[in-house]
Design a protein around this ligand. Structure first.
Ligand code: SAH
Ligand code: SF4
Ligand code: F3S
Length: 518
């Protein structure tokens, strides 16, 4: 673990900053009367490197005994932005807060600690966080004892940390994605020292097992790997999440078994690129297909995974998914663009043709598979023709839905330096055209389900109407049904009666409920 410290002078004018001390514990500086203890800072150069250092798996990093009553009588609140990885990190942090004696609250006025678990994927994600910090400043003024922390992917960015030190010095704590397990110590440092505490490791650390997790509901996330080595030219994740590190199969399987024992109905295996699972093992030959084959034998009704990169999707995995059982017929397979030239500049390492060939192979084994995607429009220099290649690919694959984004330049990534001659208005139009097409396809696909019987896991009351229950099919489609609240948490068989663009309506086939068999 490297704990290099460095100054931010290249990003900000620190003429007002005074260095108080500097030693192996980091450095202490004072900016405008605010004392700041920088234990370690993010460093783009280090985040880019992929060292050969061995990744250790640590099993004994629980909350230290002396900090287990730190939060007695106090409340915590975490705001989470970004992907499932962040949502799951929040569950780990909640687990640690509760082991420290804190109680959860939804009311920011009641909170003694507020954390922002941030996302750096696009500029608008970052804008939201800075906007929220602006609101929280007032709260902090009214309640100086409140501890305000920023963690997650934005903390891994040099420019973000620099901006907080300069402009949002009321923040008490900044820590990175590799430092989550250090939350108890960092929080107690911030509480007792009254300084702003900054600890962001730029090098991915070890894999920390056995951290407490506070899960809610009937569906659970399980990390199978951390980090990403793909370095798609537009993406910041490889910098904020470090190199690919797979959890040991026995640890993943033990966690899934325990969740099955606790009665969870659905598990989503998480990784930025789950198909790269196991590539980093030196002592065993065990890949994602092997893991799925082993997990298929565990008595949990539904297993999902996200996200899979088209590049590492091998035949063995397709064969294993074809065995079905608890492995559902839905694959999120982001394509990003339908133009081979753009894919090349994105460094996705596959072509339009090889993607379509992969889709063909998957459909041959799982004919009723539901495919969903992530798509970027307006990548630097994208021509009308290249954009139309995306539209035609979307049609050809026949996605059931897709997340679509306008390209957002991220500092430090190769694409941010590419010449971009596509006006924003054109990018917005392309997004609208793409969304119209996806909406149309989605409705068509839902229409095809009319009259069919599908299995639904009932999750709760519908967001907009408490008289309606909502749930998901194996293919992850949102379903609305009328029925008693006792169905929540149960699998029921329903007949599809109506298709909308983003959900389907259905009626129960039998009055009694039926547990899914795995
Ligand atoms: N690991 C996943 C995606 C993680 S990020 C994968 O490779 O599929 C989720 C999505 O955000 C990406 O699939 C991409 O479509 C989008 N995205 C990432 N960086 C972006 C950027 N700079 N601008 C716009 N969209 C971006
Ligand atoms: Fe980003 Fe590409 Fe890695 Fe996905 S695979 S997280 S898009 S670099
Ligand atoms: Fe965002 Fe980090 Fe996830 S940048 S999308 S929270 S990995």
């Amino acid at each position: 673990m490297t704990k290099e410290t460095k100054d931010f002078s290249k990003y900000f004018d620190f003429s007002g900053a005074k260095i108080i001390s500097e030693d192996e514990q980091g450095k202490k500086i004072r900016i405008g009367g605010r004392d700041i203890h920088i234990m370690s800072e993010p460093n783009y150069r280090q985040e880019k490197q992929r060292g050969k250092e061995e990744v250790r798996v640590l099993y004994d990093q629980a909350v230290p005994e002396e900090l287990r009553s730190l939060g007695n009588g106090k409340h915590y609140l975490i705001y989470t932005y970004g992907c499932q990885m962040n949502e799951h990190d929040t569950e780990v942090m909640k687990g640690m807060f509760e082991q420290m004696g804190y109680t959860a609250t939804e009311d920011r006025n009641e909170a003694d600690v507020i954390l922002l678990n941030t996302c750096a994927i696009r500029e608008n994600a970052e804008d939201k966080v800075f906007g929220e910090l602006g609101h929280l400043k007032h709260l902090k003024t009214e309640k100086p004892g409140l501890i305000l922390g920023v963690c997650g992917c934005m903390s891994q960015e040099e420019s973000v940390v620099g901006r907080i030190l300069q402009k949002h010095a009321f923040v008490d704590l900044i820590f990175g994605t590799h430092n989550i397990h250090r939350l108890p110590q960092l929080l107690s440092d911030a509480l007792f020292s009254k300084e702003m505490v900054v600890e962001v490791w730029s090098k991915e650390g070890d894999i920390i097992e056995n951290l407490p997790k506070k899960r809610e509901g009937m569906r659970a996330w399980v990390n199978i790997m951390y980090g990403c080595d793909k370095f798609c030219t537009y993406c910041i994740v490889p910098y904020t999440r470090g190199k690919e590190r797979s959890r040991r199969p026995e640890d993943v399987i033990a966690e899934v078994r325990e969740l099955a024992r606790q009665g969870y109905k659905e598990i989503t295996l998480l990784g930025q690129n789950v198909n790269a699972y196991g590539k980093d093992f030196e002592d065993i030959s065990y890949r994602f297909g092997d893991l799925m084959a082993d997990i298929q034998k565990i008595a949990i009704p539904r297993i999902r995974f996200t996200t899979s990169h088209p590049r590492d999707f091998d035949d063995h995995l397709i064969e294993v998914l074809g065995r079905r059982g608890n492995l559902v017929e839905h694959i999120h397979l982001p394509v990003q663009s339908g133009s081979t030239e753009i894919l090349k500049r994105m460094s996705r390492k596959y072509t339009r043709e090889s993607y379509l060939e992969l889709v063909r192979k998957i459909k041959a084994v799982i004919p009723d598979v539901v495919l969903t995607s992530d798509i970027i429009v307006g990548f630097p220099g994208e021509t009308e023709e290249q954009f139309e290649d995306t539209l035609s690919l979307v049609r050809e694959v026949g996605y059931d839905s897709a997340y679509t984004f306008i390209y957002s330049p991220r500092a430090g990534t190769p694409a941010a330096g590419m010449e971009d001659n596509v006006p924003m208005e054109v990018k917005k139009q392309r997004l609208r055209r793409l969304n119209d097409l996806i909406g149309e396809l989605s409705r068509e696909r839902n229409e095809q389900l009319r009259g069919q019987i599908v299995e639904v896991l009932v999750e709760g009351e519908s967001k907009n109407n408490a008289d309606v229950l909502s749930g998901r099919t194996r293919t992850n489609k949102l379903v609305h049904i009328e029925g008693p609240k006792e169905w929540i948490g149960q699998f029921i068989q329903v007949r599809v009666t109506e298709a909308q663009t983003w959900y389907i309506k259905a009626e129960p086939v039998h009055q009694q409920t039926a547990e899914a068999v795995s």
